[in-house]
Design a protein around this ligand. Sequence first.
Ligand code: FMN
Length: 206
Amino acid sequence: MERGVISSTRRKLLAMLALLAPAALLGRTAQAKEAAKMDVITAIKTRRSVRKYTTEPVSDADLHEILACGMQAPSACNQQPWRFVIIRDKALLAKAGGINPYAKQAKDAPLAVLVCGDTTLEKCEGYWVQDCSNCAMNMLLAAHALGLGAVWTGIHPLPDREQGFRALCGLPPEVNPLALLVLGHPAEHPQSEDRFKADRISQDHW
Ligand SMILES: Cc1cc2nc3c(=O)[nH]c(=O)nc-3n(C[C@H](O)[C@H](O)[C@H](O)COP(=O)(O)O)c2cc1C
């Protein structure tokens, strides 16, 4: 009888453990991922443009984190004028290289994010470029800190490229494409380089 009670308690315990174990494991994985994230100084000093990618897709969670980091950027009057078009369509990614010859790597990437500035969201007119550049830089750093590779491919202020991406993604006139960030898991690992130049710095006067 006692044996039966013990074994039924044990069974319940085992069943509970079986339920909890995957959650605990998931928790540990999330914790490990969190712990593996780079501090901001390391991320800034080791980030490089990555133009070769594996075929592994970028997870929705990583993409969400990258966009969330972009949207944390400072902006004039806190106006946050950014808009994003996530491009996964292979035909569109291939066409990016036709608009900007230096964006040919997009055709082999799992995705690219078109970072745009919406002038109707501006409260302090004329600052969308700085605002969206801050946003794009945050995104590049976040991608790097997550172990992904990314490169900024330039659009604004070149009219041909602006027109090309406007047509490619059907942007309305008030939305200006700034940059196409090409993203993926890195298939190359460019070395970091020290770019500190003391002669670029003056004290008090030029
Ligand atoms: C405004 C801007 C436009 C850029 N355009 C391109 C581009 O069209 N294609 C490209 O492969 N890289 C482009 N880059 C990436 C630069 O070439 C790269 O940042 C620079 O060579 C420094 O290398 P790093 O990013 O590895 O530090 C661009 C970067 C910026 C900031």
